[in-house]
Write a protein that binds this ligand. Structure first.
Ligand code: G4P
Length: 531
């Protein structure tokens, strides 16, 4: 064990996942407020930047040189060092959103109490599920009319397939929201609508056993309903089991209202005590323990500089073991050489800070002259190994892309290939023909705009894009056992191959996938591509 064990043990690195508008930004602001990182909530990420339109986004990218969506927020809270990884949402939802989850040790899932489980949450949850990381649920906006609490829990269990354990329980919602019942302490924590931007107000607590006081505080009807619900809950809900939580099988559920600061502090305190410090990670020599190894990290995201004057890129890496010391050399496995990382920095919402040291659990951005790829491992020369690669996530939008000027084929291919290497797009070709036909797949449509913009500005190539109707892609897990050329699917299925020659199938809808599986019983399809 090194002398920096304490630093590693006090770190908590998590991503927040949600559907747009569920309250991710508001909750993050409140976390930072409690952590003392900002004076007033609201200054973390201006709404203007959070809600930018496509054209603004380009401007912002150009101005700042890096993506406004690449942020890691770090703050201190009662001895913990907390790293929050922002998962880009809204229009900038992309494969990076998924990749960010590869760098987190746990996830906080924010759900709008009036909407329940929504599409984007479902997608992100799938990736968390694949990794088996702990998931903590914050059901937000109880100050607005909410769905029935049991109904909300049912949705999480049935749609996401994870057991739920409510840590507290809401009493009413909207105008009738009275607070939450803390199941462990058997107390009611009364809701007090504090002023925006201030910390949680003086909320008072009433013991569940003091019936008179409670009835007076919340009313007879709410009291009776609460008593019934608690009884039902104690009989029906899963028992709290920390091991199950840490294995991602059970999600502790909290209720609150981020906007009015209610329930945020309770959530944060519980979350920090239930979540783990940086976890060991799989490598080609076995699990790497963060405490027992020297520095190691992997690259999970590469951000190209949108400013033409600076063709550099930023590689984001997650430190997985030991301590990073900017004055020491590290070993880049894929490049096969020792190097000093250039300008290591912590990337905040609208700020960058050059770092001398960082520890397992932290995320650093380094200047990349074009040598890093997503999934690369950095270690020290005396302890070489590779971390497990980052999967390729299924794009959901596809377009056929051609250069307008046929003379510019070379630049076009160079641009497409480089942008694909950075992980912003995925490139496919017709299964049977050569390189002529290029199909681009993206997770979020904004990436199409980025592709067009970058090809024009950086590679001087104008392109034409024709949208294709496919929405699903599947990797063929047993490609060596299957004769893909002979495979018969549905008439609207398309066979393509990626840049490495791996066969993939494109489908217009779920039904076609099912049909193709029915017709080819030995075919094994997967939603993630292994790298
Ligand atoms: P996101 O990052 O998940 O997309 O959501 P964000 O925090 O931006 O919140 C979306 C909207 O929901 C915002 O309102 C925000 O103020 C509101 N909101 C967040 N938490 C709560 C809550 O607990 N209760 C209520 N009632 N509203 C909440 P907006 O009108 O879109 O933006 P703004 O102009 O108020 O900032």
């Amino acid at each position: 064990m090194g002398n920096y064990d304490k630093e590693i043990q006090r770190r908590r690195t998590f991503a927040i996942i949600s559907h747009p508008d569920a309250g991710k930004t508001t909750l993050t602001e409140k976390f930072l407020l409690y952590g003392g990182a900002i004076n007033l909530a609201g200054s973390v990420k201006g709404k203007a930047t959070a809600r930018h339109a496509v054209s603004d986004w380009m401007e912002i990218e150009k101005e700042r040189g890096i993506s406004v969506t690449s942020s890691v927020l770090q703050f201190e809270y009662y001895g913990y060092c907390v790293n929050i990884l922002d998962t880009p949402g809204h229009q900038d939802f992309s494969e990076d959103t998924y990749r960010t989850l590869m760098a987190a040790d746990s996830a906080v899932m924010v759900i709008d109490a009036s909407k329940g489980v929504e599409a984007q949450t479902r997608k992100l949850f799938k990736v968390c599920g694949m990794r088996g990381i702990p998931i903590f649920t914050f059901i937000n906006k109880l100050d607005r009319d909410a769905l029935d609490t049991f109904e909300l829990l049912d949705q999480i269990e049935n749609e996401l397939g994870i057991a739920t354990c409510p840590v507290n329980w809401p009493i009413g919602s909207g105008k009738g929201f009275k607070g939450v019942y803390d199941r462990h302490n058997e107390k009611v924590v009364m809701f007090s609508d504090t002023e925006k931007g201030t910390k949680e107000g003086k909320s008072w607590e009433i013991d569940m056993s003091t019936k008179d006081a409670l009835v007076e505080a919340i009313g007879e009807e709410a009291y009776n309903k609460l008593s019934d619900e608690i009884e039902l809950l104690d009989g029906a809900a899963a028992e709290f089991d920390l091991k199950e939580v840490q294995n991602g099988k059970l999600t502790p559920v909290f209720f609150g209202s981020a906007l009015t600061n209610f329930g945020v502090e309770i959530f944060l305190n519980n979350f920090l005590s239930m979540s783990t410090n940086p976890l060991p990670r799989q490598s080609d020599i076995g699990m790497i323990d963060p405490l027992e190894n020297e520095f190691s990290a992997f690259v999970f995201k590469i951000q190209a500089n949108m400013n033409k004057a600076h063709r550099d890129r930023i590689a984001f890496m997650r430190i997985c073991s030991g301590k990073f010391d900017a004055s020491k050399e590290v070993y880049h496995m894929q490049g096969g050489k020792s190097m000093r990382l250039s300008q290591p920095q912590q990337i905040m919402a609208d700020d960058r800070k050059i770092l001398d040291t960082a520890y397992a659990g932290d995320i650093i951005g380094v200047f990349d002259p074009g040598i890093f790829s997503i999934g690369d491992t950095l270690t020290v020369a005396s302890n070489k190994f590779n971390y497990e690669g980052i999967p390729t996530f299924a794009p959901e939008h596809f377009a056929r892309v051609r250069q307008m000027d046929t003379m510019k084929r070379k630049q076009f291919m160079k641009g497409i290939t480089q942008i694909a290497q950075e992980g912003a797009i995925q490139v496919f070709q017709e299964f049977n023909t050569g390189m002529e036909e290029i199909i681009v797949g993206v997770v979020g449509v904004l990436q199409f705009e980025v592709l067009k913009y970058r090809l024009e500005n950086e590679y001087n190539v104008e392109i034409r894009m024709d949208n294709l109707p496919y929405e699903h892609i599947r990797w063929i897990d047993n490609k060596d056992e299957i004769d893909v050329a002979k495979l018969t699917g549905t008439s609207d299925m398309k066979k393509v191959k990626d840049m490495k020659g791996n066969p993939l199938l494109l489908f217009v809808n779920e039904w076609s996938i099912g049909m193709t599986k029915d017709r080819n019983k030995d075919l094994v399809l997967s939603e993630f591509g292994k790298n």
